[in-house]
Ligand binder design. Structure first.
Ligand SMILES: C[S@@+](CC[C@H](N)C(=O)[O-])C[C@H]1O[C@@H](n2cnc3c(N)ncnc32)[C@H](O)[C@@H]1O
Length: 329
């Protein structure tokens, strides 16, 4: 399918990626909205109290963010009061900890869930929510697209990939493992030391130490790293959801300038969906949601032509991945 600006959009079937597509009933969504509304009330009262009596100079959004990331804050009786896994997903939101729970829910989390209240709540929210399933689908799409991108450079003696905001680097590791015959080198940039530490550990467990280098730093390091590393592929999935349009366009444009002819850029963005209220008020996880038109506009305003950009959405149409190729077409 083509968007109005000419960018190609593909919705990927769950079977194609061995993904998840268990859509929720109206009753489930209604429950989710009711729990969200109750949390909107209780968390607003707490927010107002903190703003008026503790942090007068801080913006509401900052207070809300810190409240959500505070491991002693409980958002909802129905979500994280009795499930430590749901609670971890809430205070670890936006970093590798939550994603680790989401990506590996079926292999790491579910087997340890017992048949009690905690187990019920974990199963009800963590397993069933469409957003959890969707982000896992995104992960699988990114692995496949990275792997396809590696194959485009199979003639090179060394294929170089840069991952920005790399988190625990699970997608890059999985894509490299899928292509054992290719000589792939990766540099990971993340501004969180714990993310660098866990990715180092994951790389070691995968036996890929010779393939990786780690940079603790922010997106400001992009040009410095690229000048030395000359990546063929740059991946930045999971960061656009927090960047305003101006920042997103500037960052993508800087990345584009670092790519060689035929170089590939991969990124992604969450799309508006019916569980947004829950993410905002229960998980206290504010994100910048973009439609497919808005995501493609960021890419084209950053300098890619519409023919150079393709969008891939997972079956729920909650997460989109954009793949752009510099210079050709
Ligand atoms: C949602 S995670 C995404 C991780 C990984 N790319 C994935 O998709 O699984 C976002 C990561 O971005 C990192 N991060 C946030 N702001 C950053 C910045 N300005 N520069 C570099 N990393 C950043 C966080 O530490 C976190 O590990």
């Amino acid at each position: 399918m083509k968007l109005s600006n000419g960018v190609n959009l593909t919705v990927i079937n769950a079977e194609e990626i061995q993904g998840e597509y268990d859509t929720r009933s109206f009753f489930y969504v209604l429950t989710l909205w009711l729990v969200s509304c109750w949390s909107m009330f209780t968390n607003s009262v707490q927010l107002l109290y903190l703003k008026l009596f503790r942090y007068r100079k801080k913006y509401f959004q900052k207070i809300m963010w810190e409240m959500g990331r505070d491991s002693s804050h409980v958002s909802s009786f129905f979500f994280d009061r009795f499930s430590h896994i749901n609670h971890r997903a809430k205070y670890g939101a936006a970093d590798w900890r939550s994603l680790d729970l989401f990506y590996n829910y079926h292999t790491k989390v579910k087997p340890s869930v017992r048949k009690n209240l905690e187990g019920f709540l974990t199963h009800y929210w963590m397993e069933k929510m469409e957003n959890r399933q969707a982000v896992t689908n995104r992960f699988k799409i990114v692995v496949n697209l990275l792997s396809d991108a590696f194959c485009r450079f199979e003639q090179e003696s060394e294929i170089r990939v840069l991952s920005i905001a790399s988190g625990s680097a699970q997608a890059v590791i999985a894509a490299i493992k899928k292509n054992p015959d290719l000589n792939i080198k990766a540099v990971l940039i993340d501004n969180d030391k714990t993310a660098i530490d866990i990715s180092r550990q994951n790389v070691k467990e995968a036996g890929l130490e010779d393939h990786f280098e780690f940079v603790l730093g922010t997106t400001r390091k992009i040009e410095e790293v690229c000048e030395q590393f000359h990546p063929h592929i740059i991946e930045m999935v999971g960061l656009m959801d927090y960047l305003t349009d101006t920042k997103a366009i500037r960052t993508v444009s800087r990345i584009r300038n670092c790519l060689p002819e035929n170089g590939v850029f991969l990124t992604g963005n969450i799309r508006h969906n019916r569980e947004m209220l829950f993410l905002f008020w229960v998980l206290l996880w504010p994100m910048i949601y973009r439609t497919e038109e808005q995501l493609s506009k960021v890419m084209t305003e950053a300098g890619f032509s519409s023919e150079q950009v393709s969008l891939y959405y997972e079956p729920f149409m909650i997460h989109g991945v954009a793949m752009a190729t510099r210079g050709v077409l």
